[in-house]
Design a protein around this ligand. Sequence first.
Ligand SMILES: CC(C)(COP(=O)(O)OP(=O)(O)OC[C@H]1O[C@@H](n2cnc3c(N)ncnc32)[C@H](O)[C@@H]1OP(=O)(O)O)[C@@H](O)C(=O)NCCC(=O)NCCS
Length: 166
Amino acid sequence: MEIKLVKWSEDLKGDLINLCNKADRSFLSGRMPYPYTEEAADWWLGMVSEHDGKDGLFRAIVVDGKVAGNISVEQKADVYCRDGEIGYLLLTDFWSKGIMTVAVRQICEAAFAELDIIRITGLVYAPNTASQRVLERNGFVKEGLQKNAVYKDGRIYDLCLYGKIK
Ligand SMILES: CC(C)(COP(=O)(O)OP(=O)(O)OC[C@H]1O[C@@H](n2cnc3c(N)ncnc32)[C@H](O)[C@@H]1OP(=O)(O)O)[C@@H](O)C(=O)NCCC(=O)NCCS
């Protein structure tokens, strides 16, 4: 299985729309619009071309030539500016094959090499054990737990704080 991270570009717009409409959003923030329209994709592609390589890395996860997911590290602002927050999602057909474990390794290497950051933060809802394993397999350390920090779809979740130091 070949797992590559590819910069989002106009020619992947259809894949981006498909991915964001089909993604399991149970443990994602409400930031990603639904339904995910062409306008939403145009906004995302514009944002990527403005920020990628400067204060963020935004990549499609391509598995054996097919777009399977999205992964990013976004540099924070103000006094948190040497920290980057990681985010990722994978289409359900590709789950439990070790793909995200590899993708996180690749983006952390690239982010520490290309961005002016000294740590990467991961924020994971407590029931999302798969995502926590992905981070732990990549050397992230659980630094804390924010009780009742997330309210989503009528449910309240604790939020796990993970960190990886350069
Ligand atoms: C969370 C997610 C990224 C995991 O990606 P993945 O490629 O399936 O994960 P991997 O196959 O690399 O598995 C990593 C670990 O999680 C475990 N795992 C995988 N699916 C699991 C599940 N449904 N429940 C519990 N553990 C699971 C694997 O066994 C593996 O652990 P191990 O190394 O001890 O064997 C994927 O399920 C996803 O995209 N979910 C929806 C979006 C999301 O939650 N994003 C993260 C927000 S913080």
